[in-house]
Design a protein around this ligand. Sequence first.
Ligand code: IDP
Ligand code: MG
Length: 150
Amino acid sequence: MERTLVLVKPDAMQRGLAGEIISRLERRGLKIVAMKLLQMDQGLAGQHYAVHKGKPFYDSLVEFITSCPVVAVVFQGKNAVQVVRRTMGETDPAKSPAGSIRGDLGIEVQHNLIHGSDSVENAAKEIALFFSNGEIVDYKRDIDKWVEGE
Ligand code: IDP
Ligand code: MG
């Protein structure tokens, strides 16, 4: 079953929206298989956002993501990567549809509340940055067949 990494970003933490954001993804049917609160340092931020090094917003992005603790969650489910991305909305909240997390809760591109991996390959890399194998716990839910089918 597919897995993806979600970060509740510092703006959402400061605004008390961690529960709201995690709840929306949970209600979608995705299963939490790992979760922790952590303070990202420069090293972890640099690895997580390596692909953006050299872009004009990079320094500001690292400062932002390290500015307060974040909640990291691994969600598991059918098409988890795409389902999270679609539930998040577009990178810029102003261009995100109403009903999406960013479209309902945000207004500015950097402060867009949530990170979600953009591919299965990147999800695996990102999950490994934040969690050891022993911290990821797979389990069956009685409702799984109602959410995912047999
Ligand atoms: P994504 O989070 O939707 O995948 P990315 O392009 O991977 O978007 O960018 C990573 C993060 O960098 C965004 O979530 C946002 O916080 C920030 N960011 C992206 N583009 C800009 C920009 O043009 N100005 C400022 N910050 C940006
Ligand atoms: Mg991205």
